[in-house]
Design a protein around this ligand. Structure first.
Ligand code: E4P
Length: 223
């Protein structure tokens, strides 16, 4: 499973990147605007924190395919390292994905609500698709089921496109998409911190240490 940080908060990214096995950082316009600062400078700082190998996802906002392609080239020119442009699955977006694929510029098809949208984006040449799990749930749909259907379609047509599930509000959703064929998930920092938090684990660690100290009079195995 590939885990991505869905944030543009440099401090939080730095902390999570230090502790967790992160494959990259995803952003969208709302996430970037929240930081309230020049965005190229912000993205360069994120790049510095995660290094050049890990993927950095930047969403395009152009209306036409031509505008999106221009933006994709602009962002690739500004940022070093592994960059993936995120493109909404509109008609213009699908056209842009096709054209960028022919130029070997990697794309992620975003704002995905149905498995059929994901299928079309994959056939168009998207490297990733991002189904919006929690937003689907909020529309009384079933985000996890959509991920499972996308996985089935990609297997049926032997498409190399990866599911990078997005939009989560709880750990159960992330867990369930992992069981439903998602290759990756992009998750906010607060939720990532809940992944392994479990009171019984901390209690066990304390008991182990206390018992050790009772006999050896030290809280380390180094002597
Ligand atoms: C991915 O980057 C998406 O834009 C993001 O996960 C959406 O999440 P939200 O529904 O919590 O805003």
């Amino acid at each position: 499973m590939k885990l991505y940080i869905d944030s543009a908060d440099v401090k939080q990214i730095s902390r999570i990147n230090e502790y967790y096995p992160i494959s990259g950082v995803t952003t969208n316009p709302s996430i970037i605007v929240r930081e309230n600062r020049p965005f190229i400078e912000l993205l360069k700082e994120i790049r510095q924190v995660i290094g050049h190998e890990k993927e950095l996802f930047v969403q395009l906002i152009g209306d036409s395919a031509e505008e999106m392609i221009e933006e994709a080239k602009f962002i690739n020119g500004k940022l070093a390292g592994n960059v993936v442009v995120k493109i909404p699955v509109t008609e213009e977006g699908i056209k842009a994905i096709r054209l960028l694929d022919s130029e070997k510029i990697p794309t992620l098809a975003t704002t995905i609500y149905t498995s059929f949208q994901a299928l079309i984006a994959a056939v168009a040449g998207a490297k990733y698709v991002a189904p919006y799990v929690n937003r689907i749930d909020n529309l009384t749909g079933n985000g996890v089921k959509v991920v499972s259907e996308i996985n089935k379609l990609f297997n049926t047509y032997q498409l190399p496109t990866e599911i990078l599930a997005a939009s989560f509000k709880n750990v159960q959703q992330v867990h369930d998409v992992c069981l439903s064929g998602a290759k990756g998930a992009t998750v906010g920092t607060e939720l990532i911190e809940k992944f392994i938090a479990f009171p019984a684990t901390l209690q066990d660690v304390k008991v182990f240490k206390d018992e050790w100290q009772t006999l050896y009079r030290t809280r380390t195995i180094i002597y």
